[in-house]
Design a protein around this ligand. Structure first.
Ligand SMILES: [Fe+2]
Ligand SMILES: [Fe+2]
Length: 181
């Protein structure tokens, strides 16, 4: 079951969106993104699906290129290393991973100029080159929004688990006090 964060809808239920990305999802290397963590508590595939879906929705709403938005969203972080343990790239990751993702995507799929700009400049303004297309400005916002939602979701889950264990402990304590008092 593939769903985007904050959405209850199965992604395949959106026939248009799914038709734009189904060939990418069939690729083993794209599915391999599930083996890498991203933004604590999320897999890179889930993050990419989140960006692809909201990028698609927003571009569709503004009558921009929704197909390119969905495809570039799914491929924008197509790199195969753990950010924290990759010694060579560690300090240069923000600038370098977009170039690596574009290279990896171009090696596997036919990438349009627009999709290439979206992948290469999705980190703007953390990278020096200005986006060339409106769709690229959209992905820079969607990528940051998804990262924030993923991090908030992670901390919310942690907080809820903590609260539940404190509640359980307090209840057990209360029961034992009643039995012995
Ligand atoms: Fe990225
Ligand atoms: Fe990203």
């Amino acid at each position: 079951m593939l769903k985007a964060i904050l959405s209850r809808k199965e992604l395949s239920e959106n026939a248009e969106f799914y038709s734009y990305v189904v060939d990418l999802l069939d690729c083993g290397d794209v599915r391999k993104l599930n083996d890498f963590s991203h933004h604590i508590g999320t897999s890179r595939l889930q993050h990419s699906l989140n960006v692809a879906y909201y990028n698609y929705l927003l571009c569709r709403f503004f009558r921009l290129n929704a197909r390119a938005a969905a495809r570039a969203g799914l491929l924008h972080d197509l790199f195969f290393y753990e950010r924290k343990t990759h010694e060579r790239i560690q300090n240069r990751h923000p600038a370098e991973h977009a170039k690596i993702a574009l290279y990896n995507a171009s090696m596997r799929f036919s990438i349009s100029e627009l999709e290439g700009d979206m992948i290469l400049n999705h980190m703007w303004p953390a990278t020096p080159h200005f986006p060339k297309h409106t769709e690229t400005y959209v992905i820079t916002v969607v990528d940051k929004f998804c990262a924030l939602a993923e991090l908030s979701g992670y901390f919310w889950r942690r907080l809820s688990a903590k609260f539940r264990s404190v509640q359980k402990y307090a209840l057990a304590k209360f029961k034992s006090l009643r039995q012995h008092g």
